[in-house]
Design a protein around this ligand. Structure first.
Ligand code: SAM
Length: 277
């Protein structure tokens, strides 16, 4: 398939196309159609049900931003959970944090973990770290069975279709609130402010109803629809914008910086208005 173009139809009127060098792996797992491509511009790329999940070129933005903002807001993050995220990228960032004692990954699809281990070692290598526990089960069930347990919960999910639908529901956020400790923080990837406005509004409203502190922040991720991506945070006590950034430890990041930690919450006017609507 060398030179053949892969197109993700991001919505009914828009797509992103990448010229491929090879199809490295293709599989219908129990939950989704999985494709591992090698592309000219973005390198190796994981695609699930036609939607780009991560690529070697731009993965660092998403994985640093879904993890480090919460980790550097919480004063003592010891137990961290990732729901979804079977590629291992968020886990890689979490285990770098010196206070983390246990990083748990709950991914529903063993096929994603196996394929990431084989074809994306740069992203998945921390899945074998001694602090990491990998569970193959439904994140919704896992959360329901925990109470005051995790310091941080990150929802690193696919788009709200198939097994991920329930990961965007108000009831799930209530269960997350219960599973978090008293200083707990939760972050979910919440899609594009250009193309998923109703979803962002709805998630923000639910999180604001459940958590005393609700915030949206943004990052630039070229392979995701519109390139502008949102994350929604719910926090029981700690405000991510009140963090003393001089105390954030220096780590080997490529996107996240202490200054950007604050800047990411400085929203364009149309996004701010979206949250007020
Ligand atoms: N960075 C990505 C994005 O925004 O495109 C998400 C990457 S990660 C591969 C998403 C993972 O969530 C998938 O591997 C999928 O199997 C997993 N997932 C979906 N629903 C889930 C559920 N209910 N419980 C646990 N994992 C789930």
């Amino acid at each position: 398939m060398q030179g053949v173009w892969f197109t993700e139809l991001q919505n009914s009127g828009l797509g992103i196309s990448c010229r491929t060098k090879a199809v490295l792996h293709q599989e219908k797992t129990k939950f989704q159609n999985l494709l591992m491509l090698d592309t000219e511009v973005f390198g190796r790329m994981l695609v699930l049900d036609g939607a780009i999940q991560t690529s070697i070129k731009d993965e660092f933005v998403y994985h640093e931003m879904i993890s480090l903002v919460a980790l550097n807001t919480h004063p003592d993050p010891r137990r961290v959970l990732v729901v979804g995220g079977g590629d291992g990228g968020a886990i890689r960032e979490i285990v770098k944090h010196p206070q983390v004692e246990r990083a748990t990954l709950v991914e529903i699809d063993q096929g994603v973990i196996d394929t990431a281990r084989r074809y994306l070692p740069e992203i998945s290598h921390a899945l074998d770290h001694p602090k990491v526990e990998v569970l193959v089960e439904d994140g919704i069930k896992h959360i329901q069975e925990r109470e005051s347990y995790y310091d941080i919960i990150l929802v690193d999910s696919t788009d709200p279709v198939g097994p991920a639908v329930g990961l965007f529901a108000a009831d799930f956020y209530r269960q997350i609130h219960k599973a978090l400790t008293g200083e707990g923080i939760f972050v979910a990837q919440t899609e594009s402010p250009w193309f998923n406005q109703e979803l962002i509004r709805q998630v923000y409203r639910s999180v604001s109803d459940i958590f005393p502190i609700a915030k949206l922040y943004l990052a630039n991720i070229p392979t995701y629809p519109s390139g502008l991506w949102s994350f929604t945070m719910g926090s029981k006590q700690h405000d991510p914008e009140k963090v003393d950034i001089t105390r954030i430890p220096e780590t080997d990041t490529r996107y996240y910086t202490p200054q950007l930690h604050l800047a990411a919450f400085n929203l364009p006017k149309f996004v701010k208005e979206l949250l007020q609507g």
